[in-house]
Each structure stands twice: as C-alpha cells, then as structure tokens.
Design a protein around this ligand. Sequence first.
Ligand SMILES: [Zn+2]
Length: 80
Amino acid sequence: MDTNRVAEILAQKGAHKPCHRCDHVNFTVLDGFTKLLLQQSFRQGVEMDGPSVPVVSVACSNCGAVTAHALGALGLNLDT
Ligand SMILES: [Zn+2]
C-alpha cells in the first residue's frame, strides 16, 4: 500500500488536524487495510465473512490513538 498517497489524500480532505486525544501533530499511516465487520446481532456469534467496510488506519505517533478512514471515501480500493 502507498502510505504516502494515503497521507496526501487525507491532507487534501483536511483530515490532518492534531490528535483528538493528545493534540500531538505527527501521525503514521499503518501499512495495510482492516475490515470493519458490520453485524446486526451477536446471536449467531461473530460472522467473519459478513458485510464489512475496508478501512485504512492512522496512528498518533505520541499516544497511539488509532483512527480509521473508509477506503471508498478516499477514492481507494483494496487493490491500491
Ligand atoms: Zn495522540
């Protein structure tokens, strides 16, 4: 994954404000994607292959707070 490109896209969208937890200004784009699993109920347990949203995560370099951004909103896909 091109983490520099992700950082550029986030900056273009104005998503480069200080950390919401500690106000630190340096972040790291984590090299890889995560799928947020979407479930309506836990009655059947965790469904690993159900609907999901692919996200890229950014971590604060100071406190480690992690923020997820949906790939679709960034114009990216899983082949990026
Ligand atoms: Zn922080």
